[in-house]
Design a protein around this ligand. Structure first.
Ligand SMILES: CC(=O)N[C@H]1[C@@H](OP(=O)(O)OP(=O)(O)OC[C@H]2O[C@@H](n3ccc(=O)[nH]c3=O)[C@H](O)[C@@H]2O)O[C@H](CO)[C@@H](O)[C@@H]1O[C@H](C)C(=O)N[C@@H](C)C(=O)N[C@H](CCC(=O)O)C(=O)O
Ligand SMILES: Nc1ncnc2c1ncn2[C@@H]1O[C@H](COP(=O)(O)OP(=O)(O)OP(=O)(O)O)[C@@H](O)[C@H]1O
Ligand SMILES: N[C@H](CCC[C@H](N)C(=O)O)C(=O)O
Length: 479
């Protein structure tokens, strides 16, 4: 970062200050603030930086607050998010301008598309950083984050770190929450990939169109020569055409610049044709063909040849918790992060296509999230599955029986409720027969379950493997 004194830094946002100490860091987290750091005291949804002022001042930090205080170490600014973006820009010297930055947004597919983009970039010998739900990944390191898009303070630190390490390409997931709450600050993107935008987080965005336009707003964060890569199949996505945007490339199954034709999916792999080139992929399902089409569009944009793209696609590595497949001799278990009705429907439709016997689905819904999706997800599961087991996801602070009641207010045929997720998975495995597909949906590779405020280690994959081990059933996994 830039060596800068507090008075010079604050001058950039029009705040008068006489203190000439050299700023050692900028944060909004009280636990991180240290001697000569600047603590930005944000108001949040659950907490407020104002509660921690005594603590950070005692540690020798300075404060920027949106409330007036009678303390010469606390400075005032009315618009803290805007101020934070400006300060971080100055402090880290706008690292995004020197990097190739690709943002991936959409309701489903962000982690999949961004991970595959990084696999493509790595196959080109480029140095990359991936920021998303599965953590911050670079140079064999994986730093977990609690969010799909971390806070601007973490993001800017990461981009700075990337430059320091000679990383040239950063791919990051951008959630709708991040766009709405200024979490991406002034970061500018070379490419923005839109996956499908359906419906989620209506607890936060209230209406689907508000949700969609929040995502579309991300186009304002393109660099002047930046490109949008847009999923084109859904009529609603085409509303994007009417907006004032930069260069636009489309992909999808129908009439797009990058159209995936003649798609074939099996329970082991997939293939399709694009611009007369045949692509074979070890990834499962139509949605991964779609995700691959987006990655090919991205690859062509950065001038990767079709031959190289064919080779890379044929070597794609599965992504943990995204249609992760555990096969036994008799039945197959898919562990998947489908936690929206659209994602769940796609997994169920895929299972319908490739099944040779029954579909058994284990599914729950998260607490403190969109309640509208709860009955929809239970209905979809009951419609497509021979047996549905409703269970806990992350109830968070909500009462689990209420979540399950929201999912299933009336008894449904072939639906049972088993609150404990491990017992629910066990019930599915015990009831599986030859040729059955068990879908364990909603948590992907989440390693902790949050139940009434407590974080308990729980990974669907571990639960499955423990049960198989106890039953002495051998298995193989695709990850
Ligand atoms: C509702 C929401 O989005 N909250 C996010 C938001 O927190 P917030 O602004 O409400 O902050 P807060 O917890 O009230 O705290 C207020 C201030 O006090 C500070 N504080 C707080 C506690 C403390 O001990 N010391 C301290 O200094 C905090 O650093 C903060 O500056 O900003 C934080 C930092 O960026 C996020 O971690 C936090 O995500 C919470 C954990 C969350 O669950 N968010 C979900 C809804 C979310 O954002 N999900 C999307 C993905 C959605 C998708 O699937 O598309 C994501 O990007 O993760
Ligand atoms: N392009 C897609 N369209 C619809 N569903 C998809 C698509 N890609 C993946 N999925 C489904 O959605 C689930 C979540 O995928 P992924 O993690 O890639 O999405 P995400 O947008 O990153 O999710 P989150 O916002 O929770 O981080 C997958 O497990 C799969 O079932
Ligand atoms: N990024 C999503 C993940 C939801 C995953 C699901 N397992 C849940 O806990 O609801 C969110 O924060 O809403």
């Amino acid at each position: 970062m830039v060596k800068i004194t507090l008075n010079k830094l604050l001058k950039c946002i029009g705040v008068a200050c006489q203190t000439t100490i050299e700023v050692q860091g900028i944060t909004d987290r009280s636990d991180e603030a240290k001697q000569d750091w600047l603590f930005i005291s944000l108001h949040g949804t659950r907490d407020s930086g104002e509660k921690y002022l005594d603590e950070v001042l005692a540690k020798g930090a300075y404060v920027l607050s949106s409330e007036p205080h009678d303390d010469e170490r606390i400075f005032f600014h009315e618009h803290l998010h805007k101020a934070a973006a400006e300060l971080l820009d100055v402090y880290y010297a706008r690292p995004y301008e020197k990097l190739h930055v690709c943002g991936v947004t959409g309701t489903s597919g962000k982690t999949s598309v961004s991970s595959l983009c990084v696999q493509l970039l790595n196959a080109q010998g480029l140095k990359t950083m991936l920021i998303g739900t599965n953590g911050i990944q670079y140079e064999q390191q994986m730093i977990p984050t609690g969010n799909t898009t971390p806070s601007l303070f973490i993001l800017m630190r990461c981009l700075h770190e990337a430059l320091e390490r000679g990383i040239t390409h950063v791919v990051m997931e951008v959630s709708s929450h991040a766009v709405a709450t200024h979490r991406i600050g002034n970061i500018r993107y070379d490419v923005i990939i839109f996956t499908r935008i359906t419906s989620d987080h209506l607890d936060f965005h209230f209406t689907q169109s508000q949700y969609r336009y929040t995502k579309f707003k991300l186009r304002f964060s393109l660099k002047p020569q930046g490109t949008v890569i847009l999923h084109n199949d859904d009529q609603k996505m085409r509303e994007f055409y009417q907006l004032n945007h930069h260069k636009l490339i489309t992909y999808g199954f129908q009439a797009a610049h990058f159209t995936a034709e003649s798609p074939v999916v099996t329970d082991r792999d997939s293939s399709f044709v694009m611009h007369d080139y045949t692509f074979h992929s070890p990834l499962l399902s139509d949605v991964n063909i779609l995700n691959t089409a987006a990655v090919i569009a991205y690859g062509r944009l950065i001038q990767v040849s079709y031959a190289k793209l064919q080779e890379t696609v044929s070597r794609f590595q599965g992504i943990p918790g995204r249609l992760e497949c555990i096969r036994t001799q008799a039945y197959t278990i898919w562990i998947d992060y489908a936690h929206t009705s659209d994602a769940l429907k796609n997994v169920l439709l895929f299972a319908e296509k490739v099944k040779t016997n029954r579909i058994i689905t284990v599914i729950g819904c998260g607490g403190e999230r969109d309640r509208i999706k709860r009955p929809l997800m239970a209905e979809l599961s009951a419609h497509y599955s021979d047996l549905t087991i409703l269970t806990a996801d992350n109830p968070r602070s909500e009462w689990l029986p209420q979540i399950l009641f929201d999912m299933c207010p009336e008894p449904k045929p072939n639906t049972v409720i088993i609150e404990d997720r491990r017992c629910a998975i066990k019930h599915a495995v015990k009831n599986a027969g030859n040729g059955d597909i068990i879908i364990i949906a909603g948590r992907g590779n989440e390693a902790y379950q949050t139940i009434y405020g407590q974080r308990i280690r729980f990974l669907d994959q571990d639960a499955v493997k423990e049960i198989l081990l106890r039953e002495e059933v051998p298995w193989i996994s695709n990850i």
